[in-house]
Design a protein around this ligand. Structure first.
Ligand SMILES: NC(=O)c1ccc[n+]([C@@H]2O[C@H](COP(=O)([O-])OP(=O)(O)OC[C@H]3O[C@@H](n4cnc5c(N)ncnc54)[C@H](O)[C@@H]3O)[C@@H](O)[C@H]2O)c1
Length: 268
């Protein structure tokens, strides 16, 4: 049987990058997908792509920073498919690049608004629905490798927001562990998406630098993050909760760059 057969999955940030890939991957595994994003035109195209492939998709224009819109998203999912079994809370932004001493209050509100409050609001309404159904569920929140280690790239609000997503995920995993709802964070490394391009365009790192940090020496394709997210949402991951699931080409296993520093001559 398909990994997600008969399940309904909400996917946020579904108009682009990892979320768009997840729409296709989750549907390919048999899920009905409910796609959410602020970018309505691209979202409708992704929904059409899923339907053209024989899947069931509904796009709901949603700003995850607005609770009323998140609540309406969950209601729309239930109205169309009857229930919500899993959710991939993936919408996120990188935000402006600046030194910590230069970041404005607006930068902090912007990035934490989408990356932290957005995930919290989505979880709130998804969990309510899952509890009301009485049948459990699975939630995957997109964090990042920078949730586990800091980078010196002028993106302090982003790094802090992703650390916070892990804290939120751990808290929710504990709160719902005995009520059948599993909550995990997925921590991608470098992924070939518009967000990663935008970070680089702002001068925070280069392809060369990123590749030097990745033992596999390549960025991930969005599908390579979407597949493990689908698995975490599935019953195959029935004992996995509260994890920070790295999908990073080995990035957090060590620091390959220093290993290339020549070993000093032994002292005589
Ligand atoms: N690309 C990477 O290298 C990388 C690495 C680690 C983590 N991530 C995380 O992966 C997630 C997806 O990013 P991506 O790389 O696919 O980027 P992306 O820019 O391709 O996609 C992000 C999507 O989120 C949507 N979005 C932004 N603000 C929103 C809001 N308020 N409400 C609803 N939707 C909103 C955007 O419209 C966009 O479609 C993000 O949480 C990001 O932080 C990305």
């Amino acid at each position: 049987m398909a990994l997600l057969a008969g399940k309904t999955a909400i996917i946020t940030g579904a108009s682009s990058g990892i979320g768009a890939a997840a729409a296709v991957v989750f549907a390919g595994h048999g899920a009905n997908v409910v796609l959410a994003d602020v970018n309505a035109d691209a979202g409708a195209e992704v929904a059409q792509l899923v339907q053209d492939g024989g899947g069931q998709a509904l796009f709901v224009a949603t700003d995850v920073t607005r609770e009323a819109e998140v609540a309406a998203l969950v209601r729309a999912a239930v109205a169309r498919f009857g229930r919500v079994d899993c959710a991939f809370n993936n919408a996120g932004i990188d935000g402006p690049v600046a030194g910590l001493e230069e970041h404005t209050e607006e930068n902090w509100d912007l990035v934490l608004g989408v990356n932290l409050k957005g995930v919290a609001l989505c979880m709130k309404h998804e969990v309510r629905q899952m509890l009301a159904q009485g049948g459990g569920g699975a939630i995957v929140n997109t964090a990042s490798v920078v949730a586990l280690m800091a980078v010196d790239a002028g993106i302090a609000p982003y790094v802090a927001s992703k650390h916070a997503v892990v804290g939120l995920t751990h808290t929710a995993a504990l709160e719902y562990a005995t009520r059948g709802i599993r909550v995990n964070a997925i921590c991608p490394g470098g992924v070939r998406t518009p967000l990663a391009e935008h970070v680089q365009q702002q001068g925070a790192g280069t392809d060369e630098l990123a590749l030097a940090m990745i033992p596999m020496r390549r960025l991930a394709e969005p599908r390579e993050i979407a597949e493990p997210a689908a698995w975490l949402c599935s019953d195959a991951a029935s004992y996995v909760t509260g994890s920070t699931f790295t999908v990073d080409g080995g990035m957090t296993t060590g620091h390959p760059t220093p290993l290339r520093v020549p070993v000093p001559e032994p002292r005589s």
